[in-house]
Write a protein that binds this ligand. Structure first.
Ligand SMILES: *Cc1c(COP(=O)(O)O)cnc(C)c1O
Length: 380
């Protein structure tokens, strides 16, 4: 069975290696608009905080159903500025998943606050709401769920807990562009939402980029002040801000790519369904999508007993894979200060030894998916 991708195939040769990720099909699909955007900015002579940024901010806020969007320099800054705008500072605690990318934790540390890890649900990889309340202390300010691998976290339960304890919620949406939670887009489900537009994310710039979305006008105004040296009026600084702006080139590129995001996400869903179908019955833990959620399928992550052997076998067959992530944040030297040894977060630790991400990108051909399925079936 072969259907034609709406995007041009990235790799038509029958047994050419299949890379973990190929960004070329997405560029080719929007090439005319992206190239025009780059030239338009080059010719405009205006490179920061201009009309391109305003236009992208409006379009992106609308696409996630939020009142506002503020572009910033990258995803890490989006998280840190969002936390700061919600009032997080030294002495505060922020609840984070034990199994996220380390940027989630670093953002908390950059505000002078302490990340307090909570274990995930081992089926969905997302923060387990049943474990959150035990981690709340009088210092807790914010709950920071991550929609890991593109699957929305249990925001209904998380928002209820926040309400009960008078806490704010900031969600890390870096992997979840166009994901849906019970019919509502991710990006308008928390007090503030933080985005990354790193090139490999589902909506990626041609360099670093990030954004904060939300409906809280006062918090959004604080993000705008904080991203620009703490100033609203040039050379008048209300607070100690940062320099963290989404530049005009990146904003224009993102605006050119945004209209294709929905179709590309649907294509990811179709390819993921093919993988799920083809891998049924193989001794692997496959991704699970609970009722009512639509994953953005940033990553297609399986678990296997002998992950390293599986990865090596696939490499021999020319299939690129990656591990997200090999070491949990609490076991990184960067967080030695927390004194969290081996065994502190067993669900997370087991996961980090077993997870493997298979290739999945818009423009991947059905033939490529079938080859990945065949290779995994023979190796697993
Ligand atoms: C990519 C990512 C970030 C950081 O984004 P950058 O733009 O690379 O700074 C934060 N959290 C998660 C979950 C990510 O995947």
């Amino acid at each position: 069975m072969t259907t034609t991708s709406p995007l041009s195939p990235s790799n038509a040769v029958a047994d050419a290696p299949i890379p973990f990720l190929d960004l070329q099909p997405v560029y080719r699909a929007a090439k005319a608009d992206i190239d025009a955007a780059l030239l338009r900015v080059a010719g405009s002579g205006w490179f920061l905080l201009g009309e391109e940024l305003k236009a992208f901010e409006r379009a992106y806020a609308q696409s996630v159903g939020a009142a506002d969007c503020a572009g910033v320099a990258n995803g890490l800054d989006a998280l840190a500025l969002g936390l700061e705008a919600l009032g997080v500072g030294p002495g505060d605690e922020v609840i984070v998943p034990s199994n996220t990318y380390i940027a989630t934790w670093l953002a908390v540390s950059q505000c002078g606050a302490t990340p307090v890890p909570v274990e995930p649900d081992p089926r969905t990889y997302n923060l387990d709401p049943a474990r959150i309340e035990a981690a709340i202390t009088p210092r807790t300010k914010v709950l920071l769920p991550v929609h890991l691998y593109g699957l929305p976290a249990d925001m209904g339960a998380i928002n209820l807990i926040a309400e009960r304890h008078g806490l704010k919620v900031l969600d890390d949406c870096a992997q979840a562009h166009a994901a849906m939670y019970h019919g509502r887009p991710v990006g308008s489900l928390a007090d503030l939402s933080a985005w990354s537009f790193y090139p490999g994310k589902n909506l990626g710039a041609m360099g670093d980029g990030g954004g904060v979305t939300g409906n809280d006008a006062a918090a959004m105004a604080r993000v705008r002040v904080l991203r620009n040296y703490g100033s609203k009026v040039k050379y008048h600084n209300e607070v100690k801000g940062r320099n963290s702006r989404l530049d005009e080139i990146q904003a224009a590129v993102l605006a050119a790519k945004l209209p294709l995001l929905q179709a590309q996400t649907e294509e990811r869903r179709r390819l993921a369904a093919m993988l799920l179908d083809g891998l049924a019955g193989v001794p692997l833990q496959l991704p699970v999508v609970p009722e009512g959620l639509d994953s953005a399928w940033h990553l297609f992550v399986v678990q296997h007993e002998a992950r390293d052997r599986l990865q090596a076998d696939l490499a021999k067959q020319g299939i690129g894979t990656l591990i997200h992530y090999p070491v949990p944040p609490h076991r990184q030297p960067a967080y030695a200060e927390l004194g969290l040894g081996e065994g502190a977060f067993p669900i997370s630790e087991a996961m980090h030894q077993r997870v493997l991400s298979l290739p999945l990108w818009p423009g991947m051909t059905d033939a490529q998916v079938e080859r990945v399925v065949k290779a995994v079936r023979s190796a697993a």
